[in-house]
Design a protein. Sequence first.
Length: 476
Amino acid sequence: MNKPVLISLTLIIGIVLGGFTAYWWDNQQHTTMSKMATSAEPTKQQQKPVFYRNPMNPDITSSMPAKDNMGMDYIAVYAEDRSAIDMAASGTVKIDPVTVQNMGVRTSTATTTALSHDIRALGRVTYDEEHITRLHPKTEGWIEKLFIDKTGTTVKKGTMLLSVYSPQLVTSAQEYLIALKSLKTLENSPFEDISFGAQQMAKSARERLVFLDVPEHQIKDLEQTGVIKKNIHIHSPFNGVVINIGAREGQHVSPQTELYMLADLSKVWVFADVFESDLPWVNVGDTVEMTLTGIPGKIFKGSLSYIYPYAEARTRTIKVRLVFDNKGLLLKPDMFANVTINTKLQHNAITIPSEAIVRSGERDEVFVVREQGKFEPRTVKVGLTSRGLTQIIEGIDVGDEVVTSSQFLIDSESKLRESTAKMLEALSMEKTPTTAKPAAEIKADTLFSIDQPQQQNGMRVTPSMNNSAMGVRKHD
């Protein structure tokens, strides 16, 4: 055998031996790793499924392997350790950190804040209803002279407005003069009853003139001169503005006739409408700032004096009354204004971002970060909201970390795991050793069936627990 042939055989033998050795070594490593994995944690094939779940509708379950109406196999659900079941039953979700990052989950910490809120509204200036006077005569008569005959005129207290001729006033003045003469004659009478009666007659006659609104200066003039004047004067009761004149010269008037309507504009009211969402912030006594287009550069300071006890049907707003001083008479009734209600601070309020709250029809929830990747749903009682922050009255403490984004995805996963965990717990409590049942007993097994179940190719069709879909069970 020549030398080239020997060399070739040697190379071939070496290659074969090397490949065999590498294969043997790889097989040994794979076997060792498999044994380690098997000893560390039993595979799901070695565990016994607790129940099987419909792949398209998790609410449909079966205690035995089955197929849905599309021919898809039910998914086996295995029992977890007790702590994991309790965690799922409470709705707590544990998510892989990579998934958390991909979902874009962001968090924020609950802090103590002094909440404040400025309410801006459109206001309308109007008269102070407590400083409006309507003048009516106490008797019938005729207007002789109007001294103030234009609306909008500013009057001072005691300004003479008009003079009225009234026969009843003339008669009352005559009675008073007679009573005064009788008193002068009988005041020195030796009979005490007679002098006392004269005094009472003069007193009641004078009171009658006062009750008929005869001015004090006219009564004194009557006492001093003894001359009855035909007309009576009516004066302004305070400083104000004439809003309305209800009669003119020569007109017959009666107690039903409104002669003047006067308003004191040293103080004005402003009505503003507040939305229902802002109503919890509003309190009587809150300070108010007001600006007007017609008075640029000036800020008026006032206060909130009253919150009306009803809402406006059309606007669904609540009217509030604001009071402002108006010494310079710059504020005119029916002017529009922009008002800002400075509400009181809510001190030491536990707040979180408003977007962290998951609002359902029955309750409000937030997801609290228990540890990395673990989120616990917690029901909270919310309070006031301002500038993107919401007060939490009950449910979380200062320092708790809450989820502010992607919480709706976490919420859906939490609801699913919670329902599954409750099913697991119920089945584990009802679990008993299984034994073979006779065919007749198997047929009577379904509690919710209306008719007898039908056998089809070894498959028995039964209704699910919620009676809304059909579950499929397969029997050997």
